[in-house]
Write a protein that binds this ligand. Structure first.
Ligand code: TYM
Length: 331
């Protein structure tokens, strides 16, 4: 059976981008057709300046939202990264296979390190080695497929490269994974700045739809979305990114194809109105389930405990095999 692994980082409240680009596929498709693991990657949240209490709170919220988005712990494994030591154990071995040059070439490292320096801060070493830990997340489970949004493609490519290099140097050990992404909305853009990704760690609130936003808030944010100067509703990502973004969000939430949907509108107002309502409907069940799950914290704890145990059992043989292959003396 195909093994699927993916994760979400608790560095902010989860957004419509996380949902349409990744989580929805996990719930609607991946958990039904594969042996899948979904992880709150809390160790990754420590790579930038952070408040410990906030990371803890956001980790719990992310786990609850994974379940609220429709992941069924009877069908897949839901857990928290730091509960399974194998991730950190394998990450070190992959740092011994990766080069600093390939880490420095990662777009997210370049962007985030510039941002940290602009804020007057220093760049944590773990921000540079982030992709080795992410590769460890993936390779520790013999993963075949990694369903992610477009922004993670380069990291998954690096995980592939490291798997191939490790296998070549030390004998066949790892499965070589590949990224998969949704047909539409693989890169949801910020509603106020359609040149940038809708990212949970950004602070531009009005351009970001959060999964737990009230319907009125969603409506207001979508109605105020920046559109483009051109006339008419056309789907053109390069020239009309604001309108293209709305059409993609509408297509992802209500079904259909962005280009075909464009033909049905002659004003931005009508497009925004339909998009807002489609988003509200798409998020309604998630918000409702989230509320119910918050009333039952013991259930969420139990899911995470069982998930971590299961994940540990799955990861250990892969990581032990890598320790042997690379030349470490068995304990
Ligand atoms: P993270 O937490 O930034 O995002 C979680 C998932 O949501 C997708 N995503 C988006 N998709 C479309 N449009 C957007 N605006 C948007 N914003 C986020 C991301 O592509 C991702 O699939 N490094 C990863 C977490 C990670 C991981 C892993 C993923 C750590 N280890 C192993 C897969 C496998 C990250 O920061 O995702």
């Amino acid at each position: 059976m195909t093994r699927v692994f993916s994760g979400v980082k608790p560095t902010g409240h989860l957004t419509l981008g996380n949902y349409l680009g990744a989580m929805r596929q996990w719930a609607e498709e991946d958990q039904h057709r594969s042996d899948a693991l979904f992880c709150v990657v809390d160790l990754h949240a420590l790579t930038v300046d952070h408040d410990p209490a906030r990371v803890r709170r956001l980790s719990r919220q992310a786990a609850t939202l994974l379940l609220a988005s429709g992941l069924d712990p009877e069908r897949c494994t839901v857990f928290v990264q730091s509960h399974v030591d194998e991730h950190a154990r394998l990450s070190y071995l992959l740092e011994c296979v990766a080069t600093d040059g390939e880490m420095r070439r990662m777009i997210q490292y370049k962007e985030k390190s510039v941002r940290e320096r602009e804020r007057g801060g220093s760049v944590r070493l773990s921000l540079l080695t982030y992709p080795a830990l992410m590769a460890a997340d993936i390779l520790a489970y013999g993963t075949d497929e990694v369903p992610v949004g477009e922004d993670q493609t380069q990291h998954v490519e690096l995980a592939r490269d490291l798997a191939v290099r490790f296998n070549h140097r030390y004998g066949h050990t790892f499965t070589v994974p590949r990224a998969t992404r949704p047909k539409v909305a693989a890169r949801v853009m910020n509603l106020q700045d359609p040149a940038s990704k809708m990212g949970k760690s950004d602070d531009t609130g009005p351009g970001i739809v959060y999964l737990l936003d009230e319907p009125d808030t969603v409506r207001r944010k979508v109605m105020r979305a920046v559109t483009d100067g051109g006339r008419g509703v056309v789907y053109d990502r390069a020239e009309r990114p604001g309108v293209a973004n709305l059409l993609e969000i509408l297509a992802a939430c209500a079904g259909g194809d962005p280009e075909a949907l464009a033909g049905g509108y002659d004003s931005y107002g009508a497009l925004k109105k339909d998009t807002a309502e489609a988003v509200i409907e798409a998020l309604r069940p998630v918000r409702e389930r989230h509320q119910a799950l918050c009333a039952d914290p013991a259930y969420v704890d139990g899911v995470l405990r069982t998930g971590a145990e299961r994940a540990r059992g799955m990861a250990r043989p892969w990581v032990d095999a890598a320790y042997r292959a690379i030349g470490l003396l068995p304990a």
